[in-house]
Ligand binder design. Structure first.
Ligand code: DAT
Ligand code: MG
Length: 140
């Protein structure tokens, strides 16, 4: 497997409950290196663009409202097969369906407030990383 990068977000429900460190420990324990990280308040425009693929879905307005409701921690993770590995550590979108021991199972409050985002492909990871980070902010 190749050394890969993926984009991750610790969502507002998790920063609100002070879970950044616990989630980072789970990512690191899985072999992912946090090679860039910053805490930001996402703007409406950023949230709408980031989740643009879902803009026709009924949940889109609520999703944008949620993602801008508090601080998030945006991250670049690096590791062998990082995209899939991060999706495994995160668990299924709906915490009720997530495997035991995953971030979303342990911490997710609902399908919307599910504590973490992870890119779903290397192609989307590259787009998402470039949307939030300048090259010089990523230190591999
Ligand atoms: P994932 O975050 O697992 O990649 P996704 O890309 O299908 O899932 O959806 C993006 C986010 O949108 C998801 O993390 C939470 C929200 N979402 C998805 N389906 C939803 C639903 N049925 N109701 C409310 N929010 C939903
Ligand atoms: Mg997705």
């Amino acid at each position: 497997m190749a050394l890969e990068r993926t984009f991750s977000i610790i969502k507002p429900d998790a920063t609100r409950r002070n879970l950044t460190g616990k989630i980072n420990a789970m990512l690191e324990d899985a072999g992912l290196r946090i090679i860039a990280q910053k805490r930001i308040r996402m703007t409406q425009e950023q949230a709408e663009t980031f989740y643009g693929v879902h803009k026709e879905r009924a949940f889109f307005p609520d999703l944008v409202k949620f993602m801008t409701s508090g601080p998030v921690v945006v991250q670049v993770l690096e590791g062998e097969g990082a995209v899939l590995k991060n999706r495994e550590v995160m668990g299924a979108t709906n915490p009720a369906n997530a495997e035991d021991g995953t971030i979303r199972k342990l911490f997710g409050e609902s399908v919307e407030a599910n504590s973490a985002h992870g890119s779903d492909s290397p192609e989307n990871a590259a787009i998402e990383i470039a949307y939030f980070f300048a090259g010089a902010e990523i230190v591999g």
